[in-house]
Design a protein around this ligand. Sequence first.
Ligand code: FRU
Length: 419
Amino acid sequence: TPASASPHDASRTGTRQYTADDDYTAVWSRADALKLKQDSTNTAPRVSPDFPVMTDKVWVWDTWPLTKLNTQTATYKGWHVIFSLTAPRSVPFGDRHWYAKIGYFYSRDAKSWKYGGDLFPAGTSFGSREWAGSTALVGDKVQSFYTASGHDNGGVDPSDALQRLAQATGKIHADKNRVWFSGFRDHRIIAEADGKMYQTLEQSQQGPIIYAFRDPFVFRDPRDRKVHLLFEGNTGGTAGSYQCTKRDLGDLPAGHEVPEDSKYYTGNIGLATADGDSMENWKLQPPLLSANCVNQQTERPHLIIRGGKYYLFTISHKFTFAPGLSGWDGLYGFVGPGLRSDYRPLNGSALVLGNPEDAPTQQYSHYVMPNGLVESFIDTVPTPDGGTRFGGTLARTLVLSLKDDRTRLAGQLDYGFIP
Ligand code: FRU
């Protein structure tokens, strides 16, 4: 970057735009990731070990609000509604993924959440557990997207890494006491990894690290007026066959060696586009962004649009960075001039909010709302006696200030405040 670069320098937010079905994928390069550095603008405050728990029935982790297709949160008859991955608290915290079901909560004040139970009728969803997704209120219908994780009726099997994107349609109801849903009996698998743009489970088999085709996030792009899904994938092809390109590496400092095994790290942010407003058929498109040779996991991608700029966010872990790189569990982001564009990493490196060094897994699964509020769940928090306390409940909402290609942590609010 030339010394004269100002925050308004277009080169730092990207200038090139493409259509959703163009074959252009932006990159998060190794050179970008080598700039990862924590400071007061991007380090989350310590989660207090005496946090309150939303419900004693279920562990709560990945959470998203009911939204409109424009990504804004929606209310229904004055109720705020959120959806969370849940598992009974009787299951060990670390095993929750294998029991996950989408549950819902409702609230009048967007922070005292009442647990409403499972979103889908028993036995209707695909896969052997339900992983993250998104839920949009469209007219009087609720369009629900989720990850059908594991094979159908596969039972509790942590070795079953199959993931497919699924959709079901229901209706929301409310009276002055509660919120409930009906429908959700028409589940469909709407996208599967194709092996070319997105790695299949079979292709991932030899890879040393966890595979992904999951986490659909629905929205309408105001420019092309089409309904799209973002999701997390890995670059197509057999694990280990990928060859890091010059573009993946970027402008590396002299002497930076790229360890051979970096080729196994091929996370991307995928795109699928609906054929019309009825969202009947979905077409896989080339990824919007790849992290080849940088990171294997770009989880729960989502976006907000501000001042004509597209802010693309994803969550990632310290342990999923390619060898020779290191980062933090937390929120990462990119900014570009359009949905498919030459996204540039926010803050130079892409780090937006990372966990503090002394509490590396305190919270995760951050989700940025268009108002700049960031919700996440509490994971594992160090206690003063040298032990840990599991969370499985929503963390305090963090406030993010966003300007051009810079973000800054601007404060923290109540636990689970999701307006
Ligand atoms: C993020 C995540 C998601 C996935 C879910 C599984 O915390 O790994 O990518 O859908 O958790 O529990």
